[in-house]
Design a protein around this ligand. Structure first.
Ligand code: ZN
Ligand code: ZN
Length: 134
């Protein structure tokens, strides 16, 4: 029995993808790079096995956003959909809100809160990390 894949897409729908859950981890990231990439104060990410991820329609622009980091961007609508870091080989982070069911992964922590904007208030009891975890 194989686990059914989760579907997702960018904003304009040019790019569709699949990934197999359950996620290994999920978190809210407040780092400055995610803020700029998404144009948002926080991005919810879920981490999956890279070899379960497949682009089923369209093509990403792979943006080398900082050393060792690649973000999968739609060159038509600008959605920032994926994040990969050479420090975590075999893993891919998917922007939770690009999944067809954004409620599938539940974020378990807040990371990089040292970059969080002071006007953004965290209102839950999840663990808070000023930098990354570990
Ligand atoms: Zn798009
Ligand atoms: Zn980030």
């Amino acid at each position: 029995m194989s686990t059914p894949a989760l579907g997702g897409r960018c904003f304009c729908g040019n790019i569709h993808f699949e990934v197999v859950g359950p996620e290994k981890f999920a978190c809210f990231c407040y780092c400055g790079s995610c803020q700029r990439a998404a144009g948002a104060p926080v991005v919810a990410w879920a981490t999956y096995a890279r070899d379960t991820f497949a682009v089923t329609q369209g093509e990403f622009h792979w943006h080398n956003s900082s050393p060792g980091v690649t973000r999968g961007i739609c060159s038509n609508c600008g959605s920032s959909v994926t994040y990969e870091n050479v420090k975590r080989p075999g893993e891919i982070d998917i922007a939770v809100n690009c999944l067809d069911d954004p409620c599938a992964p539940m974020p378990r922590a807040h990371i990089w809160t040292e970059d969080k904007q002071p006007w953004f208030q965290i209102g839950d009891d999840l663990p808070v990390h000023e930098k990354n975890i570990g």
